[in-house]
Design a protein around this ligand. Structure first.
Ligand SMILES: Cc1cc2nc3c(=O)[nH]c(=O)nc-3n(C[C@H](O)[C@H](O)[C@H](O)COP(=O)(O)OP(=O)(O)OC[C@H]3O[C@@H](n4cnc5c(N)ncnc54)[C@H](O)[C@@H]3O)c2cc1C
Length: 406
């Protein structure tokens, strides 16, 4: 019998998961409260995000990459440096032999591709606008009922992909550890007077880490972590003043800044949940972990969640097993908890290291950057992590279809 699965949240991660599950014999319902066209859509907004080469593989395997590729800027190399100091390292696609280290894509373009696919798929019931309001688990009947703004949906498994924006994780009894940062992210689009040639820059400035990500044609997506007050103040500056401040902080390595628009700030936090799995419910993406965007890992981590989870669900359906069974979900939870923790610790550690102006640390990080530059194995290790192809990978992350072809 075809089993039912409900996904709460049709944002970046929930919609990607639904697309990944299309080849399986499953009835999938996606509940999304905010339509793509709405200015209030929180997942598909004005941000432009960096995807790793490993994420491209996953999007390729689930049939989405070709739809977003025309809007994806290649990251051919990354220049990492410490403004005003000698330490720097360069990561180049040629050092690892991939087509690119990553890609820079507007979230709206990803949203359009995903939501069009949800509408097109006969196996997916995409309910939008529809808000999940309550979750009732009845262990005796192997069933979870999700009450929504327009009726109830029952299924064997509920996936929480609400980005932690609703009380869903609290409803299923999962504890969260929240760390609020005193900084905000200032994001926007900046123009320069020259071609970027696919170079991304990560620079640790006196205000905080600043990333320039090359867009598909000209210009960069800016992501600057700043004390909250400075970030707000910068959005209020006249364009000329902002560009001059940006130039002073970043220097002229990328050229001379000529324009900026869509400057917006986002509050920053790190969220970790005790376990992504509870009775017949599993949390993925930002519902399971929120990571500081300094290393551009949030959605990349969410795509890994769906690669692992959809492989586990594929195995269960092939064996005619219950997709909401605790034992297979627990295996998923253990794998993902350890991998996610490593990314959260690495990102937080990076922030501590580069935010701290103690003289000893300043010297240490310059030496660190130079060592990475001159020791090939250290560089290769960092590169494999950067492009998202380190360690054992699930099928989708290797670009393979979810189920082996017979
Ligand atoms: C400034 C900034 C820059 C970033 N840069 C990068 C980057 O370069 N690379 C990267 O990989 N990641 C980046 N991220 C992280 C990335 O945006 C998130 O990891 C990603 O949005 C998580 O997707 P999600 O689907 O899990 O959650 P969300 O994006 O929060 O989506 C959740 C969805 O669920 C819906 N929803 C919520 N509650 C309900 C409900 N009760 N019922 C129905 N629907 C509901 C919402 O409307 C929304 O559509 C960045 C984040 C920020 C803030």
């Amino acid at each position: 019998m075809t089993q039912k699965l409900t996904i709460i949240g049709g944002g970046l991660v929930g919609a990607s998961l639904a697309c990944a599950l299309r080849p399986l014999d499953l009835d999938v319902t996606v509940l999304e409260e905010t339509p793509l066209e709405s200015g209030a859509q929180p997942s598909f907004d004005e941000r432009t995000i960096a995807l790793t080469y490993g994420s491209r593989k996953i999007l390729e395997a689930i049939g989405i990459w070709d739809l977003i590729a025309p809007e994806a800027g290649d990251i051919k190399r990354i220049h990492v440096s410490n403004r005003g100091h000698a330490g720097f390292t360069r990561l180049d696609r040629n050092d690892i032999g991939t087509e690119a280290l990553g890609y820079v894509v507007p979230t709206r373009a990803i949203g359009k591709a995903l939501i069009d696919e949800l509408h097109r798929s006969p196996k997916i019931n995409f309910q939008c606008p529809s808000r999940a309001e309550q979750i009732h688990i009845s262990p005796a009947s192997n069933n979870v009922t999700t009450e929504t703004t327009d009726g109830a949906v029952s299924s064997s498994l509920v996936v929480l992909a609400d980005g932690g924006r609703s009380p869903a994780t609290t409803m299923i009894g999962v504890n969260k550890k929240i760390k609020k940062y005193s900084e905000s992210a200032l994001v926007g689009i900046v123009g320069v007077d020259r071609n970027h040639n696919g170079t991304a820059f990560e620079r640790f400035t006196e205000y905080g880490p600043l990333a320039l990500l090359p867009l598909v044609n000209q210009g960069f997506a800016l992501a600057w972590t700043l004390p909250e007050h400075d970030a707000q103040a910068m959005t209020a500056l006249p364009t000329e003043e902002f560009l001059s401040l940006l130039q002073d902080s970043f220097g002229d390595r990328a050229g001379f800044f000529t324009a900026c628009n869509q400057l917006t700030t986002y509050p920053l936090s790190q969220v970790e949940i005790e376990s992504p799995v509870s009775n017949r419910c599993v949390a993925v993406g930002n519902a399971a972990h929120i990571v500081h965007p300094v290393a551009g890992q949030g959605f990349n981590l969410g795509l890994k969640d769906i690669a692992y989870l959809s492989e586990a669900i594929a195995k269960a359906t092939l064996e005619n097993a219950d997709i909401g069974d605790t034992s297979f979900l627990q295996r998923y939870a253990t794998t993902r908890r350890d991998q996610t923790r490593r990314v959260l610790r690495f990102t937080d550690g990076l922030l501590q290291l580069f935010a701290n102006e103690l003289p000893g640390l300043r010297v240490a990080r310059n030496i660190g950057l130079n060592l990475i530059e001159i020791i090939p194995p250290a560089k290769r290790f960092l590169l494999r992590r950067t492009v998202g192809i380190a360690g054992p990978l699930p099928r989708l992350a290797r670009g393979l279809p979810l189920q082996p072809q017979s």
